[in-house]
Design a protein around this ligand. Structure first.
Ligand code: FDA
Length: 307
């Protein structure tokens, strides 16, 4: 395991400690705001306008995951439908991300599939694209099954995510090709054991490039979701060399991370989208951001100490 992976494993383990959770929830809010557009939909829509002013489109994400009851899942479905309805009034590309554990995947796949289908009905009417985020490895099969089921039922404005740290992702990509699946390629944000995931950054990066290039070669609409300057440059070089149309791929980054680079890529003529999370259930998302980057941990500690 290299240093980056050890750091991530450590932070994600500490983040589950109830005492740490209590402290960070009570006092880390102001720092979390750097990555989260706000508590409310109105604040998220303001962030969309601000991004559009800089040539960057938005992916709206209503924060929430791993719900344990059907009532909570239904509540999130209501929130997602409300989000899509609000987007109808927004004169910009409409795009949301959802987590299936937010829609009850841990209760049953049928529940998650039927609640997502309700969101899709609304999204299709609004011309809104829906991306199913990828979660931790025990849930990958279930998420891909629900995707496949809905895709085969005729929902085409729908895509999934593959994580380059997972050893299985090459095979998953091949299986998604016949469906013409829009894919987002990411490195992966969860704590995963060496049995299923590469632990060295250079292997994760190598598979990231392989997946992006393979997806493009196989004609899939591809979202290249990373902040890594070396990987972004390589994709720019490789796609230009092969004359791959810029309509066929886009760059995606997270709200609050490398905003100048986002704008610069947009000015260079690439489609760029920022993932804009909002809502009150921000702690798990925020923990993953801290686990990605030691500098972020330092900012949190400082804001906790300063109060
Ligand atoms: P990594 O963290 O290895 O960083 C590489 C380099 O990028 C750094 O050395 C630095 O140069 C630069 N960099 C990174 N963060 C920076 C910062 N804060 N400021 C300045 N420079 C920085 N994960 C998942 O498991 N399931 C999912 O569905 C998604 N969805 C998703 C959507 C989108 C749009 C994005 C961008 C990411 C995700 N992720 C995700 C998260 C993803 O798996 C990953 O954890 C993060 O993108 C961080 O990895 P990087 O690719 O940026 O590289």
């Amino acid at each position: 395991m290299d240093w980056n992976q050890s750091y991530r494993a450590f932070v994600l383990a500490v983040a589950q400690n109830p005492w740490v959770q209590g402290l960070v929830k009570a006092r880390g809010r102001s720092f979390a705001r750097r990555f989260i557009a706000g508590d409310t939909l109105e604040e998220a829509l303001r962030a969309v306008e601000e991004l559009e002013g800089r040539g960057v489109h938005a992916i709206l994400d209503l924060l929430g995951e791993m719900v344990g009851t059907e009532a909570q899942a239904l509540e999130f479905q209501k929130g997602l439908i409300g989000l899509v309805q609000a987007l109808k009034a927004v004169p910009h590309p409409r795009y949301i991300s959802v987590k299936l554990t937010q829609l009850g995947l841990d209760i049953s796949e049928d529940l998650a599939a039927s609640l997502l289908e309700g969101v899709l009905a609304e999204a299709e009417e609004a011309g809104c694209f829906v991306r199913i985020d990828m979660e931790d490895s025990p849930r990958v099969d279930g998420i891909l099954r629900v995707y496949r089921r809905l895709r085969e039922a005729g929902h085409t404005r729908l895509g999934v995510v593959l994580q380059s740290y997972l050893k299985r992702s090459e095979q998953d990509l091949e299986a998604l090709v016949p469906l013409g699946t829009p894919v987002r390629i990411v490195k992966g944000a969860y704590k995963e054991p060496p049995q299923v995931a590469f632990q060295e950054k250079r292997l994760v990066d190598a598979q990231f490039l392989w997946l992006c290039k393979r997806a493009l070669e196989r004609g899939l609409p591809t979202a290249i979701a990373t902040h890594d300057p070396g990987l972004i440059e390589e994709i720019k070089r490789w796609t230009a060399e092969r004359g791959i149309d810029r309509e066929r791929f886009e760059f995606q980054m997270l709200y609050g991370v490398r905003p100048k680079e986002q704008q610069k890529l947009a000015q260079e003529g690439y489609t760029v989208r920022a993932y804009v999370p909002y809502g009150t259930d921000w702690y798990p998302y925020f923990s993953r951001r801290i686990a990605e980057r030691p500098e972020n941990l330092w900012f949190v500690v400082r804001s906790l100490v300063q109060g």
